[in-house]
Design a protein around this ligand. Sequence first.
Ligand SMILES: [Zn+2]
Length: 64
Amino acid sequence: MSDDLQCPECNKNMSKIVYGYPSEAVVHVVEEKGWILGGCTPSPIKFYCKDCKVSWSDDLGFDS
Ligand SMILES: [Zn+2]
């Protein structure tokens, strides 16, 4: 099972945004996978496409 999710716009893998205080292990995974640290305050935005520069929430709706 993969956490990777493809962008509905360009079909490339999106970056997952990880919230909460990042432990050393989490930072390692985030860097390895090219994910993004979203900070300590959770938000509905869970994914980001670096190519389209668009954020997506869990249900893949645009963040408007
Ligand atoms: Zn995209």
